[in-house]
Write a protein of this length. Structure first.
Length: 274
């Protein structure tokens, strides 16, 4: 069995992802392997202990060590034991140092913060999925952002796009017949963004949606008078909440998202490191 030892001065997620992506190119029924992750390795003694347990000429080391001396020691020690080393960071760091004409920081903690950023993103995505389309409003006060608007104004795709920027998003549909949660009026209005569009655009999108679902006509969904009433209701709510309103007509998701990100940066309620 092939053993792949991941050696990292952080969590080792970068190396793990590389190994996972590469191994996915092989049928798991045809190959035998074991991946062992060794996180927070910071000494030569730890590296010696790991490599001494490996099979010469067979096993592999995949490492992400920022400390140049430690990375070089690992490569040399493994080489003396006929162990192949894939060093993910060192060569690229050297290239960047050459291009930038300045040394790298060589601080392992920076990678750790990157991993923390990854987990924050996962939490944001999980939150956004849970609170999509007003299914549950119990997390309203925890949300970094609340998107409101009538059906088919890109609330869900925008929410998911922004969640990937580490923003916990809740989106709530505005329907005249459905009473909004009172908590919506209690949170900071700077956290709320209203989405709107034109009657014509909404009619076109909804009609296409019905065709996709195999429905010929739905007066409560695609009728222009109904759409007008919904948009008027939505604008009334948005004005009452005193929230910014974005017209999403003919805008790409990325374009609308950038407007929202600018609003978030301006209001200072959420730090965005992008």
């Amino acid at each position: 069995m092939l053993k792949i030892q991941i050696i990292s001065d952080s969590l080792g997620n970068t190396a793990k992802d590389v190994v996972k992506a590469t191994l996915s190119q092989f049928d798991e029924n045809d190959v035998l392997y074991e991946v062992v992750r060794n996180p927070f390795v910071t000494t030569k003694e730890e590296i010696i202990q790991i490599i001494d347990k490996m099979s010469s000429g067979k096993d592999i080391v995949v490492q992400t060590l920022v400390d140049k001396a430690l990375a070089e020691f690992s490569r040399d020690y493994a080489s003396r034991h006929d162990i192949y080393v894939l060093d993910i960071l060192s060569e690229f760091l050297s290239v960047l140092e050459n291009r930038f004409q300045r040394p790298a920081k060589n601080k392992p903690g920076i990678i750790r913060r990157t991993n923390e950023d990854y987990f924050e993103r996962i939490r944001a995505i999980e939150f956004t999925v849970k609170y999509d389309d007003g299914k549950d409003v119990s997390g309203l006060k925890e949300a970094d952002l609340v998107l409101i608007g009538v059906s088919r104004t890109s609330k869900t795709p925008l929410s998911m796009y922004l969640a990937n920027k580490n923003i916990k998003v809740m989106n709530i549909p505005l329907v005249p017949e459905i009473t909004l949660p009172k908590e919506l009026y209690e949170i900071d209005s700077r956290k709320i963004v209203g989405l709107t569009t034109s009657i014509e655009q909404l009619n076109s999108i909804r009609t296409q949606r019905l065709k996709t679902l195999g429905v010929v006509y739905d007066n409560q969904y695609s009728d222009e008078l109904r759409i007008f009433e919904e948009l008027e209701y939505a604008h009334t709510i948005m004005k009452k909440l005193k929230c910014p309103i974005i017209n999403v007509e003919n805008r790409a998701i990325e374009e609308t998202a950038e407007i929202i990100l600018d609003l978030i940066r301006t209001n200072g309620l959420k730090t965005i490191n992008i």
